[in-house]
Design a protein around this ligand. Structure first.
Ligand SMILES: Cc1cc2nc3c(=O)[nH]c(=O)nc-3n(C[C@H](O)[C@H](O)[C@H](O)COP(=O)(O)OP(=O)(O)OC[C@H]3O[C@@H](n4cnc5c(N)ncnc54)[C@H](O)[C@@H]3O)c2cc1C
Length: 416
């Protein structure tokens, strides 16, 4: 079976690997000059097994409160954009407590599968991705939020994830690099069962291993159209006119996925959610944290990759333009500096923005489409690194008609 995978982000590369392992002939077509140069390039790196979707009960209120604030953690740019409004209504419908619970449960199952597979591949293929297993500290400002932390700890315990609520003194004892900023926080939730690693480095390592095992990568190759003959996907046409024939096509084009299949009459509920990251070299400074850190109030995630420190996060809904807002970029760097004033050489900061492929319920779209032989593995939103290797196993099993490693129903594209 010859399969074309569109997109060489972490999701497409992981799927190409899994499909090759299942015995397929795989060709990956990627518009950019190498793997992981779009959304998988400089994300926060959290393998966030215990994360829920962004659509949560407290989110609509926050978005309204923050409307028009340029440095808001969640920024909705109000404009005439029918896809955004259609997507937004579905997102709001997923902000109820029961939808949140249901979505979070489905994501957790896929995340656990993915974590096991990511760990296995890292070890088996000796991929150097600066994995950090010191655990994650989620910071809370208000003493009342520690009750939320306690509830989260109990929920995690039910999932088999160990976590501990720390007061301010215990927080500083665990992470002395937070000493100068700790007075702003009431405490934290510490989870040892969480890790961070460099998504791009992993993707490059996995792509190299896949190429060695026969996956063909074609870079600087933009797919213009998915070809359908007699109602069935039969390959793709490239920009310039060349046709690449295939028995099946797997769409893993991240935030650009919806555009590619729209001409076929498919409407995928994926909207780009812009996020920022800033990476600084630690450069011998003494104040970089050992742990990964999450500041819930500002929706930012901090990770240490060897001798680099990165802060990433925030969400901006306003279309496909990747141009950074200078104010948001500066605010992101300031958050890092205010937490870890001696954490790195801030003068050498590297700024980046990426577009998360967001679905309204936070669950990716994995599975068949109404067009036979056209498959989806996309819409991983804020959790593509966390979910990529598990999604790859799932979609490969569906395409090969072998037993699925987990129930695929919650991820079926037909739910929309
Ligand atoms: C600021 C930020 C922080 C994040 N932090 C985390 C985190 O801590 N943990 C986590 O799990 N996730 C995180 N994410 C989310 C994660 O980065 C994404 O979910 C993931 O990278 C999506 O991967 P992908 O392969 O689907 O998309 P991409 O990496 O964007 O890959 C899609 C590829 O398809 C290619 N393509 C598109 N159209 C075509 C075409 N027509 N022809 C050929 N190729 C095409 C693109 O060039 C691109 O390379 C974060 C994202 C952001 C923005």
């Amino acid at each position: 079976m010859r399969i074309v995978v569109i997109g060489a982000g972490v999701v497409g590369v992981a799927a190409a690997w899994a499909l090759r392992q299942a015995g397929a002939d795989v060709i990956v077509l990627e518009a950019r000059e190498g793997p992981a140069l779009e959304t998988s390039f400089a994300n926060a790196g959290h393998l966030a097994v215990a994360s829920g979707p962004w659509a949560a009960p407290d989110v609509p209120g926050k978005i309204l409160r923050w409307l028009g604030r340029e440095d808001a953690p969640l920024l909705l740019r109000l404009r005439w954009d029918p896809p955004l409004w259609r997507w937004g209504l579905k997102f709001l419908a997923n902000c109820t407590a029961s939808a949140y619970e249901q979505n979070a449960r489905a994501i957790a199952t896929l995340a656990q599968l993915s974590w096991n597979e990511t760990t296995r591949l890292r070890e088996e293929l000796a991929i150097a991705d600066d994995v950090n297993r010191e655990g994650v500290l989620t910071l809370y400002r208000d003493p009342r939020d520690l009750e939320t932390a306690e509830k989260k700890r109990d929920r995690l315990a039910a999932q088999g994830v160990a976590a501990e609520v720390l007061d301010r003194a215990a927080l500083v004892a665990r992470e002395p690099a937070l000493a100068s900023a700790a007075h702003r926080y009431a405490g934290a939730l510490f989870s040892a069962d969480a890790e961070t690693a460099d998504c791009r480095a992993f993707t490059l390592g996995l792509a190299a291993a896949a190429a060695e095992r026969g996956v063909l990568f074609r870079f600087r190759t933009r797919v213009a159209e998915v070809l359908v003959e007699k109602g069935r996907a039969c390959g793709v046409a490239l920009e310039g006119g060349e046709r690449v024939a295939a028995d099946a096509v797997l769409l893993a084009a991240g935030p650009w996925s919806a555009r590619l299949v729209q001409p076929l009459g498919l409407s995928l509920p994926i909207y780009p959610g812009k996020g920022y990251s800033v990476t600084v070299p630690i450069a011998g400074r003494n104040g970089a944290p050992r742990h990964a850190v999450i500041d819930e109030a500002h929706k930012v995630y901090i990770a240490r990759f060897g001798q680099r420190l990165r802060i990433a996060g925030t969400l901006e809904l306003g279309g496909f333009d990747p141009t950074p807002s200078p104010r948001r970029a500066a605010a992101t760097l300031e958050r890092l500096r205010s937490l870890f004033p001696d954490g790195g050489d801030f003068a050498r900061a590297e700024y980046w923005t990426g577009l998360r492929p967001m679905t309204p319920d936070g669950r990716p779209l994995i599975g068949a489409t109404p067009i036979p032989a056209l498959w989806l593995n996309t819409g991983h939103g804020p959790l593509g690194w966390t979910l990529a290797c598990g999604s790859a196993l799932l979609v490969a099993s569906l395409i090969a008609s072998t037993p699925a490693p987990i129930d695929p129903t919650p991820f079926s594209p037909s739910r929309f």
